[in-house]
Design a protein around this ligand. Sequence first.
Ligand code: NIG
Ligand code: ZN
Length: 402
Amino acid sequence: MDKKGPVKGKDMNDLTVMEDAAVAITNGNVVWIGSVEKAMNIQAEQTIDAEGKLVTPGLVEPHTHLVFGGSREKEMALKQQGVDYLDILKQGGGILATVNATKKANYEELLDKTLFHLDRMAMHGITTVEAKSGYGLDRDTELKQLKVAKEANVKHPLDVISTFLGAHAIPPEYREDPESFLDVMSDMFDEIKENNLAEFVDIFTETGVFTVEQSRRYLQKAKEKGFGVKLHADEIDQLGGTELAVEVGAISGDHLAVASDEGIEQLAASNTIGVILPGTSFYLGKDIYAKARQMIDSGAAIAISTDFNPGSSVTENLQFIMSIAALRLKLSPAEIWYAVTVNAAHAISRGHEAGSIATGRKADIVIWDAPNYMYIPYHYGVNHAKTVIKNGEVLYERQSIR
Ligand SMILES: N=CN[C@@H](CCC(=O)O)C(=O)O
Ligand SMILES: [Zn+2]
């Protein structure tokens, strides 16, 4: 699966599958791929027998809100009563509740919690993760989140790629003046760049949050400072965020649950990857799912992700999201695999090292308790990862209880 760029449209069905294959790893990288028979000639220091099970690239998770304080289980009752996600936010709950908890948490607590969630992701077969800030909404707390993500990248074997999402909500003190709030956040760009604290800048373009015009100006500034840009776009209300993602040359437009037909056409004709987060539709109890089928049929490149966060999608299990992608987005198993490997890696600028098993790439590999690639989305809600290998080292091995 040595793909140079994201895989688009109908090519997402053209999956490379080898039977009876073997992979040789040296110094954390894949150095050879071939048949088991030929592999018998290789003198290996260590051999792992995959026992005929499915072996794939490690999953790449291109959209998470990994670093946060607290949890929001009390909101579940409100959701059951039909209180809308944006109304909870308007009343100071939702994202703003997590902002308060994140402000209160000290650096060490946040780091511990982040490492815990990364462990869980690794146990579920994820080997590369994008992590957004956005639960600070003030300079110090945003920096605290970004520093935690940077340290987590060093301390934890998984690769953590950081995104600055200071423009995630309007804090109450700026309710009447969101422009000034965006100025405060964009004033941080230089410091973030100089300290290597984020590669991407993201914004929540949504009713009651930031408008298309505000988002355009903010993202242009980010681009001028050398950041790649991303958007939370067309998640709940159709504001034209998909079109904006294409217009500003975003590496990805994320959510896109209510993207217009015109937006989908533009996405298909662009280099922007649609990062679809069907876990949020599921978890917020909505019937509206992104038209991922139409996007691929129109020729777009799609990735899928958990959107792991404490409010709209509380799971580290990307395998479960793969099942939702099959059942609700109507994607084929091959499309789903591209969406969680090659395309997910390209959505965070890691297409050159992650998302495929190819010579010269990192040896990020998962052996699954599954007979074939179609099996993972089919058998839903459980963890199929048996052995997770990161940079050539076994990171996780499922213990047997028998
Ligand atoms: N929609 C905006 N942000 C997150 C949710 C964050 C939260 O509810 O805490 C998302 O991608 O769904
Ligand atoms: Zn998100």
